[in-house]
Design a protein around this ligand. Sequence first.
Ligand code: CTP
Length: 403
Amino acid sequence: MSVLSGKNILLGVTAGIAAYKSAFLVRLLVKAGANVKVVMTPSSKDFVTPLTLSTLSKNEVFSSFTNEEDDNAQWNNHVELALWAHLFVIAPATANTLSKMAHGTSNNLLLACYLSAKCPVYYAPAMDLDMYQHPSTIETFEKLNSFGNIQIPATHGELASGLVGQGRMAEPEDIVSFLEKDILKSLPLRGKKIVITAGPTYEAIDPVRFIGNHSSGKMGYALAEASADVGAEVVLISGPSSLHLENNLVKVLHVTSAKEMYDAAHAYFDNCDIAILSAAVADYRPVQVAAQKIKKKDSTLTLSLEKTDDILASLGNIKKKQFLVGFALETENELENAKTKLKKKNLDLIVLNSLNDKGAGFKTDTNKVTLVTKDNKVIPFSVKPKTEVAKDILQHIIKQLHA
Ligand code: CTP
């Protein structure tokens, strides 16, 4: 899966012949899973039609502050468009637009979006070779780059004028891979290895029965996805769960019992930088697993149970450089119990869930957590979707790692 998946990309199209390639670029960005909106300068519509770009992007195309053809003309809010964008990509970027960007001119919607954008801005110049080499263009590039804009260099080749030289807009495929590489490079956990446990474990009683719990795995899967989003390579050790996750950066290992989860966690722990144990591991398992289905005979049945190994505590015992995170699900004396677990299991961070909180718990899509750090800092969060809780936890880990 591309790192562009789920990203909101505002594509700026300006009036250069390479504008016809914007259609291919929109297609590739959409194919990579991005949400694309297009903003055009008025003259760029002579090179590629808004209809082509709106059809490919499946979104309205914007080119002026109001929609003039409509009697009930509406204000196209440049601030909203710019803030919607996770990335603003201007391709092709003509010398004229680039010069205006460098000087803060704002006489069209695209330029107003540029001045309002808080996200990274990429620009792919497209112009004739002499324009590309002109000292004023070079100065424009320097100025734009000094503002933090990112240049996608033009390539060498035949130009619309018939001349051969540098100035051709980078090919749409190359623009997409430039964006992907640049995003990956800037991700805070790029190259870090994370082990995550998720879901319940099932402890067999006989061939058809088990002891389990109501954990859905949602929290652990959300953590795996959020970790991949910030560049980490993830091993997700999942107990039985109906969830699926497909992501190039996530390897999913399916296990059933606490023993299998223990073995998998130990196999990957040595080599990891961070381990987050969110699984609801069974604390006890039957001493004997019946080889055949247990028949009902007597009016009562007593199962003898033995403790499973505590995976988290065992990793706490052997940890060296790893940042170890545990979860605590509590119903009373929450904070005290969490602090005790943090110490006892030698953790760097514990995520406390209280079953007394509305919106927290096993099967819900939301959770309410409190983070407790090694140095006893207590950081409460409000009820949020588990996907957001996962981001909060990772942001905290990133902060701690870089502290
Ligand atoms: N955990 C584990 N292996 C186990 C039991 C728990 O790795 N055999 C981990 C969980 O994944 C979680 C943390 O330990 O990160 C806390 O689990 P919890 O059940 O809340 O606490 P316990 O230590 O088992 O204590 P108790 O059940 O008495 O509250």
